[in-house]
Write a new protein. Structure first.
Length: 146
């Protein structure tokens, strides 16, 4: 299977947008732009921070993602109805993990590492290790090449 060629500038533009949004949010509000924390704040699951500001930031993520798809459409995988329970379980486990780890990849990996936070360095290392281990185990079970 041949993967489609990805122009070098799309990841660069995406990275610049993420960095600009995270840095701007920190400078303007004094808060970290961790998406799981912003979502928890929006849903009223955490105290602290302006709920409307968190909601606007998350709405901005959705709108700009939609714009990016409109500018450069990609084929999304089709899912069977039998995959739904597995996806729900995966989503719940990710949500539990972000609460357990006091943040998600955007909070720790993007914002925390930029601030040289020791907790974020450990958390990001754990994210990366678990991700690599998961790929290795899935490839052993399901099969598949590199």
């Amino acid at each position: 299977m041949t993967l489609p060629s990805l122009a070098w500038y799309w990841p660069l533009i995406g990275g610049l947008m993420i960095g600009t949004a995270a840095g701007g949010f920190l400078v303007l509000t004094g808060r970290i732009a961790g998406v799981s924390g912003l979502l928890a704040n929006t849903l009223g699951l955490s105290s602290g921070g302006d709920r409307s500001l968190s909601s606007l930031f998350l709405a901005g993520l959705l709108v700009t993602s939609g714009l990016a798809l409109a500018i450069k459409p990609i084929a999304l995988p089709s899912l069977s109805i039998s995959a739904t329970p597995l996806l729900v379980l995966a989503g719940l486990l990710v949500g539990f993990g972000t609460r357990l780890g006091s943040g998600c990849t955007s909070g720790h990996g993007v914002c925390g590492l930029a601030r040289l936070s020791p907790r974020s360095m450990v958390a990001t290392g754990v994210f990366m290790f678990i991700g690599m281990a998961t790929v290795a185990v899935v490839r052993m079970i399901v099969g598949g090449g590199a």
